[in-house]
Design a protein around this ligand. Structure first.
Ligand code: S3P
Length: 447
């Protein structure tokens, strides 16, 4: 990152009240820009997340020949080049902090007969890319990557991709999406079998643009998604809902701050994303959904949240895919709840923007929370009273770790500081202003 680190401190928060608008959904925003870039004609995108990660995706699509424009009123337009119509980029593509942008883009690049070079920041350069390179190699693409299948890497695609049936070794929407986006370009039908349902925004968005997809339930919780290759995608208009993963931070802050009552309008409520709200309700949270509706195939609604006394719960592994990004903030809620919370099935947290299992366990312990970390689980013993706090957290370039500890700092006995708030802009630009507007007390401190 070019600017110097930005340390912040969260002091005890006032009562939280208000009805702020959240930034757009990150997952849907990436897909909107990429899929519009593969459509013929001009798509209009409202509510696009203008966070660093999505800006990198927009920049990548520009380098690949799509016309991506931001207009004054916040409207974005993408003039696409048709399926398989992207052109060789004249420079290295820098994906910043974004695993989603990188993995989805690799699926598209696999289908183009040129070589592209990708890199990213220190966090992204540590993250495993073999999980997408494996199936894309089977389809005919080739890669040269750093040891461990990490960035920087180069991909050489082919317009003659082979359709495959691919069984995902882990529940990952990014890997599923990479294979489906490659399959979109292959001659024939490509099927991905996922062990458990993961977010289905790629499927919904592809269908919205005119692709043909089918979904079949398989044994256990598994499902198979098939995309027919080489359709003509036609430009469409998209309204991106607010990001439920961003909603999670003010929502938990309001639950934990006595007397608080907030409303979060226009939040995406696709059921592959709402695991956190279900778990919080099981902990005793007062959360209601109002004005439920459907926008471009996505469920949307308003959330109303009242401060609540929470109690610990057992969170089973099978709910993990529907709340995979929400464990850091759930751990904060658990640290303030009464009793033990057991979080299971968390192996994937070790390969996110940071090793979130280790970073959360360390940070919570430093704040005086009784926490135990296992291979793929976390056990948190809450007393029903927020913990001591009074620590500085090393956030390891992880936006969700940074936001989680700022929320905890709003309720802990002593303030909590974080070493660097810059990564928050990847997913939640305006986080500090939004939280302070509700009544929180987050401020810059000297490095
Ligand atoms: C995402 C999928 C998830 C999630 C990430 C966004 C997506 O990653 O953690 O923040 O938009 O597809 P995995 O597919 O690696 O689980």
């Amino acid at each position: 990152m070019e600017t110097p680190a930005l340390p912040l401190q969260a002091d005890k928060s006032g009562i939280l009240k208000g009805s702020p608008r959240l930034p757009g959904d990150k997952s849907i925003s990436h897909r909107a820009v990429m899929i519009a870039g593969l459509a013929v004609g001009e798509s209009r995108i409202e509510g696009l997340l203008e966070g660093e990660d999505v800006i990198r995706t927009a920049e990548a699509l520009r380098l690949l020949g799509a016309e991506v424009r931001r207009h004054e009123d916040g409207l974005w337009t993408v003039h696409g080049r048709g399926v398989g119509g992207l052109r060789e980029p004249a420079d290295v593509i820098d994906m910043g902090n974004s695993g989603t942008g990188t993995r989805l883009l690799l699926g598209i690049l696999a289908a183009h007969g040129f070589t592209a070079h990708l890199t990213g920041d220190a966090s992204l350069r540590q993250r495993p890319m073999e999980r997408v390179m494996g199936p894309l190699r089977q389809m005919g693409a080739s890669f040269q990557a750093r040891e461990g299948g990490r960035l920087p890497l180069s991909v050489t695609g082919t317009p003659d991709l082979i359709p495959i049936d691919y069984e995902l070794p882990m529940a990952s929407a990014q890997v599923k999406s990479a294979v489906l986006l490659a399959g979109l370009h292959a001659m024939g039908a490509t099927t991905v079998i996922e062990p458990a349902p993961t977010r289905d925004h790629t499927e919904i968005m592809l269908a919205h643009f005119g692709a043909q997809l089918t979904m079949e339930e398989r044994e256990g919780n598994a499902r198979a998604i098939t995309v027919q290759g080489q359709p003509e995608l036609t430009a469409r208009n998209i309204q991106v809902p607010g990001d439920p993963s961003s909603a999670a931070f003010p929502a938990v802050a309001a639950l934990l701050t006595p007397g608080s009552e907030i409303r979060l309008p226009n939040v995406g409520l696709n059921e592959t994303r709402t695991g956190l709200f279900a778990v919080l309700k099981g902990m005793g949270a007062q959360i209601s959904i109002l004005n439920e509706r459907t926008q471009a195939g996505e469920r949307v609604g308003d959330l109303e949240i009242h401060a609540s006394d929470l109690r610990g719960v057992d969170v089973p592994a099978d709910i993990a895919p529907s709340m995979i990004d929400e464990y850091p903030i759930l751990a904060v809620a658990a640290a303030c709840a009464h009793g033990t919370t057991m979080l299971r099935g968390l192996a994937e947290l070790r390969v996110k923007e940071s090793d979130r299992l280790a970073v959360m366990a360390r940070g919570l312990a430093a704040c005086g929370v009784a926490v135990e970390e296992g291979d793929d689980w976390l056990k948190i013993d809450g007393t029903g009273i927020p913990p001591r706090g009074g620590a500085t957290i090393a956030t390891e370039l992880d936006h969700r770790i940074a936001m989680s500890f700022l929320v905890l700092g709003g309720v802990s006995e002593q303030p909590i500081s974080i070493d660097d708030a810059r990564p928050i802009d990847t997913s939640f630009p305006g986080f500090v202003a939004l939280m302070n507007g509700l009544g929180a007390s987050i401020r810059e401190i000297a490095p």
